[in-house]
Design a protein around this ligand. Structure first.
Ligand SMILES: Cc1cc2nc3c(=O)[nH]c(=O)nc-3n(C[C@H](O)[C@H](O)[C@H](O)COP(=O)(O)O)c2cc1C
Length: 248
């Protein structure tokens, strides 16, 4: 069996535009990635990193819609056959940007997303990436129609300046975690493979009126650090068990 193909791959994506060293979501995703790699140890791993703030994926345009809709009219086209439907330079441009992003996701076993809350939801840079990887048919098995993300673990590490828990003034206004839960569930990721870790009240260190909330903010980040550490160890251990099952 191809060793490369069976070695678990972590795709780590950050999206925060915070100044270097100040991003809570980046601190937490880095901690997850370090723990997971350490836990994998001699068992080996593959690791890919993408920074959507430093290198944004272009927003989709009319060319994307035109090509995507045309591909869709052919049913579920396997990713490796989409190039055969490219008809002009505009189609080629769309596919040149989109294909590497789709392939990167399909090659991953764990998707690790660092997601700040911006205006109650996810950053536009993440949405641009989601639009690309969701190219018509790309995340579907052409033979069964099943979602090709169904075997992946998805870890969403979110950070938000305020508080959205029960009793908070903004309770019910979190359109970040529910959106991502909806997106990945719709793509076939089972609930037990979707993991959310959230640090709240991160702006308490800067916003004067939030100063009384600093100890709660510190507790929230500490709890998030513990949660990502445990999750990374648990997922790495699960992969080792899986590998051992197939080794016999
Ligand atoms: C453009 C922008 C919009 C934001 N909108 C919200 C918001 O709607 N609610 C909130 O609680 N915090 C909001 N924040 C604060 C961030 O969620 C907070 O700073 C978080 O820690 C960012 O993640 P990071 O630390 O990984 O950069 C916003 C920050 C920015 C830059």
């Amino acid at each position: 069996m191809n060793h490369e193909a069976t070695t678990p791959c972590l795709l780590h994506i950050d999206t925060s535009v915070s100044p270097p060293g100040e991003s809570v979501s980046r601190r937490l995703t880095a901690l997850f990635a370090d723990c997971w790699r350490r836990s994998r140890g001699a068992a080996g791993h593959r690791y890919r990193y993408r920074d959507l703030a430093a290198e944004p994926v272009p927003y989709v345009t009319a060319d994307y819609a035109r090509f995507g809709y045309r591909v869709e009219r052919h049913g579920t086209v396997p990713v490796d056959q989409v190039a055969g439907l490219v008809g002009d330079a505009a189609d080629a441009g769309v596919w040149r940007v989109t294909l590497p992003l789709v392939e990167e996701v399909l090659a991953a076993d764990i998707l690790l997303l660092g997601v700040p809350m911006y205006n109650l939801t996810v950053p536009a840079a993440l949405l641009a990436w989601i639009d690309r990887i969701s190219f018509p048919g790309a995340l579907l098995d052409p033979e069964t129609g099943a979602g090709r993300l169904r075997d992946k673990q998805v870890v969403v590490v979110s950070a938000r300046g305020g508080g959205y828990g029960p009793g908070a003034p903004r309770e019910g206004l979190d359109f970040q975690v529910p959106y991502l839960r909806g997106y990945f569930t719709d793509r076939g990721v089972p609930e037990e493979q979707l993991h959310f870790v959230t640090a709240e009240l991160t702006r308490a260190w800067d916003v004067p009126t939030m100063a009384p909330l600093r100890s709660l903010a510190a507790d929230s980040e500490a709890a998030a650090r513990q949660a990502v550490t445990e999750l990374a160890d648990r997922l790495a251990a699960g992969e080792r068990e899986e590998a051992a099952r197939y080794a016999v």
